[in-house]
Design a binder for this molecule. Sequence first.
Ligand code: ADP
Ligand code: ADP
Length: 225
Amino acid sequence: APVLRLEGIEKVYNRNLPSEVQVLRGTSLDVAPGEVVALVAPSGAGKSTLLHIAGLLDTADTGRVWLGGEDMTDLGDRRRTRARRGDIGFVYQFHHLLPEFTAAENIVLPQLANGTDPGAAERRAQSLLASVGVGHRAQHRPSAMSGGEQQRVAVCRALANSPKLLLADEPTGNLDPETSETVFAALLTLVRETGLAALIATHNLELAGRMDRAVRLRDGTLVPV
Ligand code: ADP
Ligand code: ADP
């Protein structure tokens, strides 16, 4: 089964208001196990909406969302939350790390919330940080790190609970080109090493070209790039 299947997703905001906008019009996509797919879209095309629906943070008006062969569309909030915490990792344009905690703690905490034993959670945090070249920052708070380091820690946090699917919304969009390259390379290496499936939104066609496949969101549907 695909790790993610979106089937005929439609989404309208502000229905029946003058500001009504149909963002998605029958969007369908499969992401296979281990596949890394680029989501290319101009700003405002609906890429965040699509990622939020795929990540069970928002619901579609029409269409179905499958994760690992399981239809998640009609699940209640508690089961959606559990699936989201266990199966999906998110990376955003901004790191959203907890400022009062160290890098390692930011990666340990979601594991504890997921029932992992503290020793194992700490070891996993250290190993993830080392794998993206920020092992030496484990005891630093986000404010003491560079933007590229913060974003690499955010990638580690997204993978803390060994999700099946990584969703990333412009993960390097905030960074200068050189830092962007470092973060993207680290992210891609980690995703490849873990055999994770990923859907990564980017404006950057060079980055998109390094993924397995790229799709473009245009007029509410996905077309090959
Ligand atoms: P992107 O991530 O591609 O920039 P978004 O998914 O954030 O696009 O938004 C797509 C369109 O839907 C935009 O026109 C945006 O203003 C609108 N939109 C997004 N979220 C909402 C919302 N909660 N309510 C109303 N309009 C929204
Ligand atoms: P991003 O693209 O990183 O999600 P945005 O500024 O597009 O950042 O959106 C931030 C949040 O605001 C999102 O959760 C989105 O759904 C919501 N949003 C975006 N556009 C609108 C809008 N026109 N009206 C209401 N909410 C919106």
